[in-house]
Write a protein that binds this ligand. Sequence first.
Ligand code: PSV
Ligand code: MN
Ligand code: MN
Length: 387
Amino acid sequence: MTAATAAVKAALKEQSIETPSWAYGNSGTRFKVFAQPGVPRTPREKLDDAARVHAHTGVAPTVALHIPWDRVDDYAALAGYAEGLGLRLGTINANVFQDDDYRLGSVCHPDPAVRRKALDHLLECVDIMEATGSADLKLWFADGTNYPGQDDVRARQDRLAEALAEVYGRLGDGQRVLLEYKLFEPSFYTTDVPDWGTAYAHCLRLGEKAQVVVDTGHHAPGTNIEFIVAVLLREGKLGGFDFNSRFYADDDLMAGAADPFQLFRIMYEVVRGGGYGPRTAFMLDQCHNVEPKIPAIIRSVLNVQEATAKALLVDREALAAAQRDGDVLAANAVLMDAYSTDVRPLLAEVREETGLEPDPVAAYHRSGWAGRIAAERRSGQQAGWGA
Ligand code: PSV
Ligand code: MN
Ligand code: MN
């Protein structure tokens, strides 16, 4: 094994990809959510499933919660339960989009009483972070307008800034607020945080504990996401990712399924920009409506891992030399060589060296977990959007 391969393997063993609690529950499109047998009924059962993903991949030790979908009486006890499974509770995701009160927005709503209600929820999420030991609060706002003139677009920015400042003021040492942007939907004329520039401007004003989250499904078609990643990293403002695939809009399909090359290009900029490490949150944000959920999450983790391995394999010296020489084709070839490498044998070795089976999907199918949960989780309400 060369020193370079050893370094790549060591870096891969350090990887941490966070899975979202909501991906284990029933979710789908606004047309139909197809319920599946064995889907968790409680936050603890979601953690049980997440533990299977981590057991087979070795790189998914944390689970993001969504409040109130994962509301429990005792968050410290939930964190203890996670620990017993070899997991940790990760990012806390706030939910200020599902109450009737939020018809015209949450923290940007024209009515101060609604804004207060939304803000109180965000502050409650910071309290939950204390109990769970989570470092990050992830904020995505459905706020926006549908029609020109519906509300004062600029005043809405002021209201947003005010709310963010109050949340920011509550953060403790080592805690961050991660602000997520999304081009459109559910609002169709204006969205209050539509793009990385808006998110960046708010985070810049807030301070160093505020950073931007890049959800790979939240851009206009053709957007060069890796460029955004490079710029945010350069500015010290990349907080993390919500990985998923899209063909059209916010499709929330398995990461790396639609465009593995894009995922590689993103991960290359992460590695190049010094963003490969614990300060960047590598999260999945997905829905599995027609495919079995746990193997789909395992597949997504593997796709992120493969893109990372390829990014780590880029011969940076050869690339820099070709770039210095202005050799366009040689530079492009260096990247393509890394991308075209079949990294699956390398990753199988990494797993075997850490005591895992080489093929996580096959190992999961052999484990009998799917049959067990289908048999055991028969009564009660399955978890899903809003439950
Ligand atoms: C809605 O677009 C969304 O998919 C955002 O990406 C959030 O991260 C996620 O829901 C969870 O709230
Ligand atoms: Mn997201
Ligand atoms: Mn989304």
